[in-house]
Design a binder for this molecule. Structure first.
Ligand code: AMP
Length: 411
């Protein structure tokens, strides 16, 4: 791993050169493959709402099976908090994976208990097995070394392909790498390659567009991107803190009063560094946070008392889309409004459509913007949709990802 330094500010991105499944012998090996099958699903019906994380794990699974490995899959699913709860069973993901692979995916009846151990021991090359939800064991999130040992005892090799869990040091991520030779899968390799290139050597202009509800979640990303991007666009709930910081009236819109200084500092820094920093000029507001609320157009710096901004307005859509028009690379994280309410989804839709039609390298940093793009039907023409919301934010922030730093380096 090498750290790329930028100016006086320090590290802005960690450059990884990790071994992958291609760099090691897998034939005849028992492979513990950590995937991220934590897919959004309807809790009542169990229907999977977005299967990207499962389908994105297929290349590594297929490669291992075709190359003579016995594959023991494991993942977390939801937040059962260390307790066995049937509604958090990985059976939903396992059945979907079985459909995609066209073969059964047997699921263990425990999490590295007698059943898992016996079935893992009997597994032959070209066969696979799925361990029940790792988070049924409280030791998983505690990164308990004994639980890592139990997991490691099942296999000869560890493959990490759960990019969405790479920002967490858990027993099945960082923990197990202390005990087994550990390499990356294809999903992780691609995430690091596309996002790494965008930071190290972007096709310019590099435009970053950030939204979502909270400034506080994206502080590190904004600060870091100010050293790399040519343009930073801020929309969504977090924009009101910036508008208030420059003296605007934001009515009852989302506001993080303790981030006003940070917002001011970032706008000053952008000016000093010559980074174009764009904020909304108009919004669609409502008197209540409700899907049936009537959208009311307002000036972004003069939102009347009692109204809250829930989407960017038409002039802002034009402004932002123009800024995206000549971009060489676009990185997007966070919706432009409450896109879950159809009446307030126009801004997010417009950005998704513009990105989908753009000839730029387009990267979506997971989370809500990724599901918005999927649901709006634009996913196919986006260069890269990250499978990790939190993980991709930490990557863009320049933080080392604990699930990845510990994998074997290439010579
Ligand atoms: P985040 O997880 O921080 O990326 O935020 C995503 C959430 O931000 C989504 O659920 C959106 O509904 C919400 N959001 C975006 N814009 C606004 C806004 N103007 N007011 C309230 N919530 C918003």
């Amino acid at each position: 791993m090498s750290l790329i330094e930028y100016g006086q500010k320090g590290v802005y991105f960690v450059k990884y050169n990790k071994k992958t499944v291609r760099d090691v012998e897998v034939a005849g090996k028992k492979v513990l493959l950590r995937c991220d099958f934590n897919v959004p699903h309807d809790e009542k019906t169990g229907k999977i709402l977005d299967d990207t994380r499962i389908s994105a794990s297929l290349p590594t699974i297929q490669y291992l099976l075709e190359n003579g490995a016995a594959v023991i899959l494991c993942s977390h699913f939801g937040r059962p908090k260390g307790v066995w709860k049937p509604e958090f069973s990985l059976s939903i993901a396992g059945e979907h994976l079985a459909t995609l692979l066209g073969r059964p995916v047997p699921l263990t009846r425990d999490v590295v208990g007698e059943d898992t151990k016996a079935r893992a021991a009997a597994l032959r090359p070209g066969e696979l097995l799925l361990i029940e939800n790792l988070r049924f064991r409280p030791e998983e999130e505690k990164n308990d070394p004994e639980f890592s040992k139990e997991l490691a005892s099942l296999a000869d090799l560890f493959v990490f392909d759960a990019f969405g869990a790479s920002h967490r040091a858990h027993a099945s991520t960082a923990g197990v790498t202390k005990l087994l030779p550990s390499v990356a899968g294809f999903l992780v390799e691609r995430e690091l390659e596309v996002m790494g290139n965008a930071l190290e050597n972007p096709r310019r202009p590099l435009v970053a567009i950030l939204g979502g509800s909270k400034v506080s979640d994206k502080i590190g990303v904004i600060r870091n991107l100010l050293d790399i991007a040519d343009t930073i666009i801020i929309g969504g709930g977090m924009s009101y803190t910036f508008q208030a910081a420059r003296g605007g009236q934001v009515g009852s819109s989302l506001l993080e009063a303790d981030r006003l200084d940070f917002a001011r500092e970032m706008m000053d820094l952008a000016e000093k560094k010559g980074v174009c920093f764009l904020l909304p000029v108009d919004d669609m507001a409502a008197s209540e946070f409700s899907p049936s609320a009537e959208p009311i157009p307002v000036d972004s710096l003069a939102i009347p008392e009692g109204l809250m901004g829930l989407d960017i307005g038409p002039k802002t859509i034009d402004l932002f889309c123009q800024a995206l028009a000549d971009a060489g690379t676009i990185i997007w994280n966070g919706p432009m409004g409450v896109f879950e309410f159809p009446a307030f989804s126009k801004g997010t839709f417009a950005i998704a459509k513009t990105m989908a039609e753009s000839t730029a390298i387009t990267i979506i940093g997971g989370g809500d913007s990724a599901s918005a793009v999927e649901h709006m039907g634009f996913a196919d023409t986006i260069t890269h949709i990250s499978t990790g919301g939190g993980a991709s934010l930490e990557f863009l922030e320049g933080l080392a990802l604990p699930g990845i730093v510990c994998l074997l380096d290439r010579e």
